[in-house]
Design a protein around this ligand. Structure first.
Ligand code: ZN
Length: 240
């Protein structure tokens, strides 16, 4: 966000960014156009693009020009897709996966093994696991991980929903009792801390707790693996 200061219009872009965030957003663009070479509406679009992750001022300008050049149905289609994703997509009431309905496609599918729940941090982790086609149980999306330094505790995640599914089988799809919880958090310090916390809560409830295997990635070489990966691989070895 500090990068755009290379232009003479550093102040203008700052105003535009501030303006975009301002409620209503009606008054600010006019103010921005006083100093920007772009018409107010274009400046506003650039400012909005520049707020996206990984998009700098230059890329934002390129995207804005792409929109300007594209035909109206394509541009309106993009605007509508953004609108719909905010208005229509919700979180599954059981597992917090992204969904069009109250219950996501995984929870609603009676062919899944509903006695098994795989816990992940984010919906995109669930999607990555689904794409393997190797897992036929249900999921639970925590919507983050515990991070005491950032003030993120269990109440900021969907931990209560997970424990309720286990305590009350009626809250799990099909009224099925959860027998096993698989912890699929990222192998980071915070992910491990969250796993430990959850394992403690889950074991109290008599449910079987396991963790996704970690160690050497398929197709890699021992000589290029770092010490932490090798240590995980030795600890997680399997008989054959
Ligand atoms: Zn669900």
């Amino acid at each position: 966000m500090d990068r755009p200061r290379t232009r003479k219009s550093s102040e203008a872009s700052a105003t535009a960014l501030g303006g975009a965030a301002a409620p209503g957003g009606g008054a600010a663009p006019g103010e921005a156009s006083a100093r920007s070479a772009y018409p107010a509406a274009v400046e506003r679009l650039i400012a909005e693009f520049a707020r996206l992750p990984g998009v700098g001022r230059r890329s934002a300008e390129r995207l804005a020009f792409y929109i300007l050049k594209s035909d109206e149905p394509a541009a309106i289609g993009l605007a509508r897709a953004i609108h719909d994703v905010k208005k229509l997509v919700k979180h599954c009431r059981v597992c917090s996966n992204l969904s069009d309905d109250d219950l996501c496609a995984v929870c609603a599918d009676p062919r899944r093994d509903r006695s098994r729940v795989l816990v992940v941090e984010q919906p995109k982790d669930l999607i990555a696991l689904e794409q393997t086609g190797m897992y036929r149980g249900l999921y639970h999306v925590l919507m983050g991980r515990l991070s005491p330094l950032d003030g993120i505790g269990p109440a900021d995640l969907t931990v209560d929903d997970l424990l309720r599914r286990i305590d009350k089988p009626d809250d799990n799809p099909g009224g099925t009792k959860v027998e096993e919880v698989i912890l699929g958090l990222n192998p980071t310090v915070e992910g491990d801390g969250t796993s430990m916390y959850l394992a403690e809560q889950l074991k109290k409830r008599g449910v079987r707790v396991s963790r996704l295997a970690r160690g050497l990635p398929t197709g890699s070489s021992l000589e290029f693996a770092n010490r932490a990966v090798l240590a995980d691989a030795i600890q997680g070895r399997r008989s054959m």
